[in-house]
Design a protein around this ligand. Structure first.
Ligand SMILES: [Zn+2]
Length: 323
């Protein structure tokens, strides 16, 4: 994660090398861009504040350079700054943006450019929200929103060997990994998590294509494939590491999680105790935990506990399974 001192260093010493460079003539840019896009990106212009709807849009997606299409920011890092310009706390990749000391208008500021095509984007300031403390103040004219085809969500529903096995089968799910989240220890081990002293839960990180399966459906499947009404317990597994939890990455995701819980509540006589908490960091578990069910079909726990669950799930949800 970049912080203010990193930005100053990059502005002083030169920006990280981009993967490629796009170079076009002024005529080519003029032909490609609208007048306003050209003015902002190629002539270092500034649009009027509050001139774009993009300021108040927070739906998931990626913001790319309007000139060359390089992906610059994730909606996850977008926040309401009240300035009238789209604001982000972090670029998508550290080499996406170039930084230049800008002493125009009698102020010393740090200008931000697309590192691939040198389009002027805006400036970066040190008064953004934690943890980076950065505010990338970007002209909406310099950005174009691209629909995300890959999103991630972290869910906890007891033993990750089980939950991973179920979600691996679903159409639109690109990958599932087992890990830990929600605690306070950096890079915890399985043994540490089992001690219940780390605060971490056993979780899975699902990478999915939101154009094929929605986050709403994933959360619903999560809630009906484990018991979300037992506090810190799934069947015989007891402990806070087995708690039922949904980690959200935006207010929109939080609202979806809460509304799906209300919907799923009708299926359970007992109250759903699933935690809905902000996502902070996910630690992938040790290699031997990954793809556990498929790699260890003969292990007792797999054949006795996971296989019946997987078979039941497959027979019930045939329509949404991978071919
Ligand atoms: Zn660009």
């Amino acid at each position: 994660m970049l912080k203010w001192l990193d930005v100053l260093k990059l502005a002083r010493d030169g920006s990280p090398t981009p993967l490629n460079k796009v170079v076009k003539s002024e005529e080519e840019w003029k032909a490609q861009l609208t007048e306003q896009q050209y003015y902002v990106t190629r002539k270092k212009g500034t649009e009027r504040p509050f001139s774009s709807e993009m300021c108040s849009l927070f739906e998931p997606g990626i913001y790319a350079c309007v000139c060359c299409g390089t992906k610059l920011f994730d909606s996850f890092e977008k926040f309401e700054s009240g300035t009238g310009w789209p604001s982000f706390t972090q670029p998508l990749e550290e080499n996406a943006i170039a930084y230049i000391k800008d002493s125009s208008f009698g102020m010393t500021r740090v200008e931000t450019l697309c590192n691939v095509c040198d389009a002027h984007l805006g400036h970066v300031f040190q008064d953004g929200p934690p943890p980076s403390g950065l505010r990338y103040c970007i002209n909406a004219e310099a950005l174009t929103k691209v629909k995300a085809t890959e999103e991630k969500i972290v869910l906890g529903g007891g033993c990750f060997w089980c939950t991973e096995a179920l979600f691996q089968d679903i159409k639109g799910v690109k990958s599932v990994t087992s890990g830990y989240s929600g605690g306070h220890i950096v890079n915890p081990t399985y043994k540490e998590v089992c001690s219940e002293l780390t605060g971490h839960a056993e979780v899975i990180e699902i990478t999915y294509d939101p154009t094929i399966i929605s986050i709403r459906d994933l959360i619903y499947l999560h809630l009906i494939t484990h018991d979300p009404t037992t506090l810190n317990r799934q069947g015989a597994d007891r402990g806070t590491q087995y708690r039922s939890v949904i980690f959200y990455k935006s207010d929109a995701e939080k609202e979806i999680a809460e509304s799906v819980i209300a919907e799923a509540q009708e299926l359970y006589p007992e109250k759903i105790v699933t935690e809905v908490v902000p996502f902070s960091v996910y630690y992938k578990a040790e290699a031997y935990h990954q793809n556990y069910f498929n790699s260890n079909p003969d292990a007792g726990y797999c054949s006795m506990v996971i296989a019946p669950k997987v078979n039941k799930f497959r027979s019930k949800f045939l329509a949404i399974l991978k071919e």
